[in-house]
Design a protein around this ligand. Structure first.
Ligand code: SF4
Ligand code: SF4
Length: 68
């Protein structure tokens, strides 16, 4: 099992994590927020394989994956 720490306020909604995750753990929020970003949310943490791609590639260091 892995847990994903997500700092929503650091996310700029670039969708890199969404596109690289092989387990479809992420999804987009429903709309652009007041800061002008359509950020992501964690939708399937239980499916995470711990590959770390999202954490390595997030340009805003908004994701951290830990084994639990
Ligand atoms: S560690 Fe890998 S499987 Fe887990 S959320 Fe990130 S990209 Fe997806
Ligand atoms: S890669 Fe980082 S900045 Fe980009 S959508 Fe994912 S969490 Fe947000």
């Amino acid at each position: 099992m892995y847990s994903i720490a997500y700092n929503r306020l650091w996310c700029k909604g670039c969708r890199i994590c969404l596109n690289v995750c092989p387990r479809e753990v992420f999804e987009l929020e429903d709309a652009v927020d007041k800061d002008g970003y359509q950020r992501i949310r964690i939708a399937g943490e239980e499916s995470c394989s711990g590959c770390m791609l999202c954490a390595f590639l997030c340009p805003d260091i908004a994701l951290e994956v830990k084994k639990c």
